[in-house]
Write a protein that binds this ligand. Structure first.
Ligand code: PMV
Length: 324
């Protein structure tokens, strides 16, 4: 009744920002992402009649996390179990890195809890369940470069793999400019944008072409093109955020410093491109040959606290070593 799993976080390359259904977490559009092998979560789950209630510890500290309990409820309902669980998670990236760990967290929790409940589920089924914890978690299940199919029902909304983690010569620099928690959660922010931004409808129109272009760049293993399309999508998504009422401005001065440095690098002929999810810490995507040059330049900026170089990461998987 105990199992452990490991999963990578992922970066939206063509991002989703909006849901058609809150409870099932059905997104307004397909999205494409890449898993990041430097940002991993390991989770151990044990269901036992000896546990009087669910408990959750993250990086050694006890947490009262309603979302984790709700996710355990979902998995229990699939398995027909009433047992409570002890859950322990550890992120292998520094807590201060400020990257959203909900994708790796809910993917690892789903895989570990399903195995601990002896559920025999396909990757599609695991991806659907992970989505109920966090939309982007569904994309961490298959690993590599994946597409989350928006679908209009729970059954139709899961992530599939577009390219393996080894298919492309691609690097992502995870840049930390600050560690202050963001003020508006993704769930709340998405609602504000879909309801108020005049740019939301045009974004949905642009997305079909953007998704097609990204699939083509991945099929052609064109890493620089993938990085460029991700930057274009970042600007498009943040335009819808900024034009929301109230405006959702996730960027800080540090984010802008990094964007300006990336633009300067490009003027020098270096293929580096920025990508920002719902937060202040940017990703910078580039080709392996230039990763060190880009990292050194970004690390010199006074507003940059750390730069972590990541390769594309693999699928969420069970591991033998438990955390307790
Ligand atoms: O992880 P969620 O479901 O809260 O959504 C996050 C969405 C973005 O990171 C902003 C974009 C994306 O597609 O990853």
């Amino acid at each position: 009744m105990k199992a452990s799993a490991e999963s990578c976080a992922n970066q939206g390359l063509i991002k989703y920002w909006g849901k058609t259904q809150e409870r099932l977490r059905l997104p307004t559009n397909n999205s494409i992402s890449v898993c990041l092998d430097g940002l991993r979560t390991r989770t151990t789950v044990e269901f036992s009649p000896e546990h009087a209630k669910d408990s959750f510890r993250l990086d050694g500290a006890g947490r009262d996390d309603e979302r984790v309990v709700r996710h355990l409820d979902l998995l229990r309902s699939v398995a027909g179990s009433k047992l409570h669980a002890r859950v322990e998670s550890r992120n292998d990236f520094p807590a201060g890195v400020g990257m959203a760990s909900s994708a790796s967290g809910f993917a690892a929790l789903t895989v570990a809890a399903a195995a601990a409940l002896d559920l025999k589920l396909s990757a599609h089924e695991l991806s659907r369940l992970a989505r109920r914890g966090s939309g982007s978690a569904s994309r961490s299940i298959p690993g590599g470069f994946t597409e989350l199919l928006a679908g209009d029902s729970d059954e139709a909304c899961y992530a599939t793999r577009l390219a393996s983690e080894d298919a492309l010569e691609f690097r992502t620099l995870v840049v930390t400019v600050a560690t202050t928690p963001k003020k508006v959660s993704s769930t709340k922010g998405m609602k504000i944008t879909t309801e108020t931004s005049p740019f939301f409808a045009p974004r949905l129109e642009y997305l079909n072409g953007a998704l097609q272009a990204m699939r083509k760049a991945l099929a052609e293993k064109d890493a620089a093109k993938v990085a460029e399309l991700a930057e274009i999508d970042t600007m498009n998504m943040h335009a819808t955020m900024i034009t929301s009422r109230p405006p959702l401005l996730y960027w800080t001065g540090g984010t802008l410093d990094v964007i300006r440095e990336v633009l300067a690098l490009r003027e020098e002929g270096v293929p580096a491109f920025v990508s920002v999810d719902a937060g202040q810490n940017p990703f910078v995507n580039t080709i392996p040959r230039q990763a060190e040059t880009v990292r050194d330049r970004l690390a010199k900026l006074p507003s940059v606290a750390s730069v972590l170089t990541c390769r594309p990461g693999g699928p969420a998987h069970l591991v033998a070593e438990h955390l307790f």
